[in-house]
Design a protein around this ligand. Structure first.
Ligand SMILES: Nc1ncnc2c1ncn2[C@@H]1O[C@H](COP(=O)(O)OP(=O)(O)OP(=O)(O)O)[C@@H](O)[C@H]1O
Length: 224
């Protein structure tokens, strides 16, 4: 089996005049079932790396394979297909639609055309149950606490049954008790077999992960 994530000598520069070299020659492999944190100072390239892994951006040079597929060579629409089939995203600021109910937020994440319409609400309710928030299905996100909103965002991320969750500071807006609950939830998903990559500034989150990748000025400084 190929690694789920395989970056070979990946660099990413922004701009052409005096380019900013956000990533410089990154080699990284992540196998299915790993729980990896990505740490590093502000500006070290963490979000750039996550965007490439998430097929939201392409390397300037080097190659990226996702589940054995050369993601760089695909058209945008094929990349979107790969992304929706394999990946779920969780962000620091939740990115929920405030004028839709919790249930609708999760239902809207289902990929059009990929799965039959019937059962869509039930699958969304199951995802909400998996994160312990099914009783708030009919409310709007603005009536929820930060921790509850992040649970909804995680339900949305898992409703398509992805192979991997990509999380950008998932506990960054939460107090420590609430953050611990979210880590417990992510840890449970990892134990159930999901691959999880988490960008974090929080040393506690890095310690909690199984493997820490540290970026230093766009390069891998350590990987343990
Ligand atoms: N769209 C862009 N255009 C130009 N420069 C960018 C762009 N995105 C990121 N950069 C630069 O690339 C470098 C890496 O940025 P990146 O956001 O990946 O770092 P980061 O480690 O995620 O930082 P933070 O912890 O502050 O979120 C920084 O110097 C940043 O200013």
């Amino acid at each position: 089996m190929p690694p789920l994530v395989q970056l070979v000598d990946v660099s990413r520069s922004y701009g052409s005049v005096a380019p900013v070299r956000a990533l410089r020659g990154v080699d990284l492999e992540v196998d299915s079932g790993e729980l990896v944190s990505v740490v590093g100072a502000s500006g070290s390239g963490k979000t750039t790396l996550l965007n490439i892994i998430g097929c939201l951006d392409r390397p300037t040079t080097g190659s990226y394979r996702l589940d054995g597929v050369d993601a760089d060579s695909l058209s945008d629409s094929r990349r979107a297909g790969l992304r929706s089939r394999l990946l779920g995203f969780v962000f620091q600021s939740f990115h929920l639609l405030s004028y839709r109910t919790v249930l609708e937020n999760v239902m809207l994440a289902e990929v059009y055309g990929r799965r039959e319409w019937a059962g869509r609400a039930e699958r969304a309710r199951n995802a909400l149950a998996a994160v312990g928030i099914e009783d708030r299905a009919d409310t709007v996100p603005t009536r929820l606490s930060g921790g509850q909103r992040q649970r909804v965002a995680i339900a949305r991320a898992i409703v398509n049954q992805p192979r991997m969750l990509l999380c950008d500071e998932p506990t960054g807006n939460l107090d420590s008790v609430t953050a611990a609950g979210i880590l417990e939830l992510l840890g449970g998903l990892y134990e159930a077999g999901l691959t999880v990559i988490v960008i974090t500034h929080d040393p506690g989150v890095a310690e909690w992960s199984q493997r820490q990748v540290r970026l230093v000025d766009g390069r891998i400084g350590s990987d343990r």
